[in-house]
Design a protein around this ligand. Structure first.
Ligand SMILES: [Zn+2]
Ligand SMILES: [Zn+2]
Length: 405
């Protein structure tokens, strides 16, 4: 039986898990029910379970039982899924739509949980056929709370320490077609930082601007000047984004307000660009404000780091995926400037994050991730499980310690 056939044989189970999780979305770090579902499913498979990791995370550990020679280096590979939903009001009309008002699995993390449980089920049934360990990491808080960081701080990468880590995301992200898998060695997703600029002007009558310091005009100049960070201060060959998404000031058409507040996001692919962009934003905001007799204060928050895939492991998992879906369905994923906290694991351990194409226009599944009508083609989910399993078997099947090229 091929791995794909094994996965196909439990497809109903995988879809049932997905629907169960989809019905009960949970936000950020509060993935209590989802964690309970995951824990009990893993226990039923005879997998060691550690609960409450980094809050509501779950770590499963499966030890292969194929005989190994004494003293032989045993490898460990980790598979990761995120479990959190979004504050989105679901509009899919699905029979198993969210039962929690205002919350929805609109990023497909329900599918990630189901695919990983599917992989755990297949591998647990095959434990006599491989040596080494598989760690299953189910984390909360991907959508902004940095659940991965909390899991790492709580030791999810210790005891045993994985030699490699793999994660995947569903959707029609990165231009990956239905049933296809998309890989990219090196940088795949961006760091996502945020900033706030507070401008202190001097309010007054709208008809007497000379007697005020207008923070709206100052803010407008700052927004314009910030555009020069990407266009004039960073190499044109380096992807980066500085976006001001919020400007708040004023109450009436004829009043010059006292203050103006702006908020924005910053994206980049190379880690050392972060401090540089922070410096430029601060210099520009404070400099422009000072030139116009106002004062600016900048607050900058570093968020998820850039997501960088290990070249060797990406190529290995890509080869494993080709065994499952065929060479013609393994494609090169494009970079995106979206953020993803899988990046934290990849800073610690070599690994790869890849895309599984679950869009399907013929079935009306064509909305982007985070959309109220976002859905995944459930017929693809078992393929995700199969790729995870094949990658584990290939990685653990090699002799000796994992020596990076
Ligand atoms: Zn998302
Ligand atoms: Zn996501």
């Amino acid at each position: 039986m091929t791995v794909r056939e094994r996965a196909k044989a439990i497809e109903d189970k995988i879809i049932a898990w997905r629907r169960e999780v989809h019905r009960h979305p949970e936000l950020m770090l509060d993935t209590v029910k989802t964690a309970a579902l995951v824990s009990s499913a893993l226990r039923e498979m005879g997998i060691e379970v550690r609960e409450g990791v980094g809050g509501n995370g779950v770590v499963g550990l499966l030890r292969g039982e194929a005989p190994s020679t004494p003293g032989e280096a045993i490898r460990t590979i980790a598979l990761r899924a995120d479990m959190d939903a979004l504050p989105v009001k679901e509009e899919t009309g699905l029979p198993f739509a969210s039962e929690i008002p205002g919350l929805m699995h609109a990023c497909g993390h329900d599918a990630h949980v189901a695919m990983l449980l599917g992989a755990a089920k297949i591998l647990s049934d095959m434990r006599k056929e491989f040596r080494g360990n598989v760690k299953f990491i189910f984390q909360p808080g991907e959508e902004g709370a940095g659940g991965a960081r909390l899991m790492i701080e709580d030791g999810c990468l210790e005891d045993p320490r994985p030699d490699a880590i793999i994660g995947a995301h569903v959707g029609s992200l990165w231009n990956v077609g239905n049933g296809q898998a998309g890989f990219r060695p090196g940088p795949l997703m961006a760091a996502s930082d945020r900033f706030e600029i507070f401008i202190q002007g001097k309010g007054g009558h709208g008809a007497a601007p000379h007697a005020s310091v207008d923070p709206v005009v100052v803010g407008s100049h700052i927004v314009t000047a910030l555009q020069t960070i990407v266009s004039r201060a960073i190499s044109p060959t380096e992807p980066a984004v500085v976006t001001v998404g919020v400007i708040q000031a004023g109450t009436a058409n004829n009043i010059i307000p006292d203050t103006c507040t702006m908020k924005g996001t910053v994206r980049y692919m190379k880690r050392d660009l972060g401090p540089y962009i922070k410096k430029r934003i601060t210099e520009i905001a404070c400099g422009v404000a000072a030139a116009m007799r106002a004062e600016a204060k900048v607050t900058y928050h570093f968020g998820y780091p850039p997501l960088v895939n290990d070249e060797d492991l990406t190529n290995r998992v890509r080869a494993s995926a080709a065994k499952v879906v065929g060479e013609e369905n393994v494609v090169t994923a494009g970079m995106t400037m979206g953020g993803e906290d899988m990046a934290y694991y990849l800073e610690k351990i070599p690994g790869t994050f890849f895309a599984i194409g679950t869009g399907n226009e013929a079935k009306g599944i064509m909305y982007p991730n985070h959309h109220p009508k976002f859905d995944v083609d459930e017929d693809v989910l078992y393929i995700g499980s199969a790729i995870f399993v094949q990658a584990c078997l290939d990685f653990l099947g090699e002799e000796g310690p994992y020596l990076r090229k």
